[in-house]
Design a protein around this ligand. Structure first.
Ligand code: ADP
Ligand code: MG
Length: 319
C-alpha cells in the first residue's frame, strides 16, 4: 500500500533528516514510527502526503509513484491528524468534519450520517457536539474531532503525527482505546508517529524504530520485546516504565549454573517479562535460568528483587 524505496530527505542546509529509508506498509496495517526527537518521523510522514518531497528515492502508493498523483486527490485519500489539530474556529464541529467530503462531492445525506456515526464512535454525542464551535471543546474533544475529520472522507490511508501527545494521560488513554476500536472497524492503513513506547506497543501491528534518519529495527511489538536489535532498541523498550510486561535480561544476574534442575523447580528464559519472574519467585526460593536451551544459572529471590528494583519497574506498580 505504501512503500518507501531508498528514500532520503536532505534539507536546504544539507542535513539528512531521512537517510535511505526502505519500508513497506501493507494494506490495513497499523505501523507506529517511534524514535527520539529529530530522528525524522515527521519528515517521513509528510513525504507520504507530499507536504515534503523526497530528495532521492521513490514512494509508491498503491503501487504508483506518489509524484504521479494529482496532489489534491492524493491528499483527499489520506487522512492527517496532528498533535495540535487546527480546526476552523468560525465553523461548527460538524462543518469542520464535512469539509473534505464536500470537496469530494460526496452525497450530503451520507456524509451527515457518517459524521454522526464517527462522532459517536469517539464518544462525541452528535446531539451535544455537532453544532458547537471548536473553542467550546476541551483539548481531548478537539483531537477527537480531528480523528473524525481525518476519517470522514473515508480515505485509504491515515497519517497521525503524535496525535495524543499534548493530552493528559487520562484523555490520551481514552483516545487510544477509541482508536483501537476504530482500527478494528475500519482497518485503515495507518502510519502513527509517537515518542511513547507504551502507546506504540498498545496500538501498532508493527513498530518501526528510527534513529538519526535511519531505521534501527522494524517488527511486531512482540519481536521488538523478544529480539531487540541492540542496546538502543532495548533502552527504548525499557521506557515501558512501570509495566509488568517489561522485558528483563537475567544474564548478568545469574549465579553458578546448577548441575541439574529438579523437575518441580521453575525455569525461566534469560529474557523474561517482569510479571513472569515475579510469579515464579512467589512460589520458589530460586529459579533456574535458561538461554537458548542451556541452563546458565540460578536467580534467588533476593537477587530477583534487586533486579526488579534496579530496573525501576514492576514492584508496586501493577497494570
Ligand atoms: P521528528 O519528527 O522525528 O522529531 P523531524 O522529521 O521533524 O523529526 O526532523 C528531522 C530533522 O530534520 C531534525 O533534526 C530537524 O531539525 C530537521 N528539520 C526538520 N524540518 C526542517 C526544515 N524545514 N529545514 C531544515 N531542517 C529541518
Ligand atoms: Mg515530529
Amino acid at each position: 500500500m505504501i512503500e518507501f524505496q531508498n528514500v532520503s530527505k536532505q534539507y536546504g542546509d544539507g542535513f539528512k533528516a531521512v537517510d535511505s529509508l526502505d519500508l513497506e506498509i501493507k494494506r490495513g496495517e497499523f505501523i507506529a514510527l517511534i524514535g527520539p526527537s529529530g530522528c525524522g518521523k515527521t519528515t517521513t510522514l509528510k513525504m507520504v502526503n507530499r507536504l515534503i518531497e523526497p530528495t532521492t528515492g521513490t514512494i509508491l502508493i498503491n503501487g504508483k509513484n506518489a509524484e504521479s498523483y494529482e496532489i489534491s486527490r492524493l491528499r483527499w485519500n489520506i487522512g492527517y491528524v496532528l498533535q495540535q489539530i487546527a480546526l476552523f474556529p468560525h465553523m461548527s464541529v460538524e462543518e469542520n468534519i464535512e469539509v473534505v467530503p464536500e470537496m469530494k462531492r460526496m452525497e450530503k445525506r451520507k456524509v451527515k450520517q457518517r459524521t454522526h456515526e464517527l462522532m459517536e464512535q469517539v464518544g462525541l454525542d452528535p446531539a451535544v457536539f455537532a453544532k458547537r464551535k471548536p473553542s467550546e471543546l476541551s483539548g481531548g474533544q478537539q483531537q477527537r474531532v480531528g480523528v473524525v475529520r481525518a476519517l470522514a472522507a473515508d480515505p485509504e490511508i491515515l497519517l497521525m503525527d503524535e496525535p495524543f501527545s499534548a493530552l493528559d494521560p487520562l484523555a490520551r488513554e481514552k483516545l487510544q482505546d477509541d482508536l483501537l476500536r476504530l482500527k478494528g472497524t475500519f482497518g485503515k492503513t495507518t502510519m502513527f508517529v509517537t515518542h511513547d513506547m507504551n502507546e506504540a506497543l498498545k496500538l501498532a501491528d508493527r513498530i518501526c524504530l528510527m534513529r538519526e534518519g535511519k531505521v534501527v529495527q522494524t517488527g511486531t511489538p512482540d519481536e521488538l520485546r523478544r529480539n531487540p536489535a541492540g542496546a538502543f532498541v532495548r533502552e527504548f523498550i525499557g521506557r515501558e516504565q512501570g509495566s509488568m510486561h517489561a522485558l528483563l535480561d537475567l544474564r548478568q544476574w545469574v549465579s553458578a549454573a546448577p548441575a541439574a534442575v529438579p523437575q518441580t523447580q521453575a525455569v525461566v528464559p534469560a529474557e523474561v517479562q517482569a510479571d513472569r519472574l515475579v510469579s515464579a519467585m512467589a512460589d520458589h526460593e530460586w529459579v533456574a535460568v535458561e538461554d537458548g536451551g542451556t541452563l546458565i544459572g540460578l536467580i534467588d529471590r533476593a537477587t530477583a528483587f534487586r533486579l526488579l528494583a534496579a530496573n525501576g519497574r514492576g514492584i508496586g506498580h501493577h497494570e
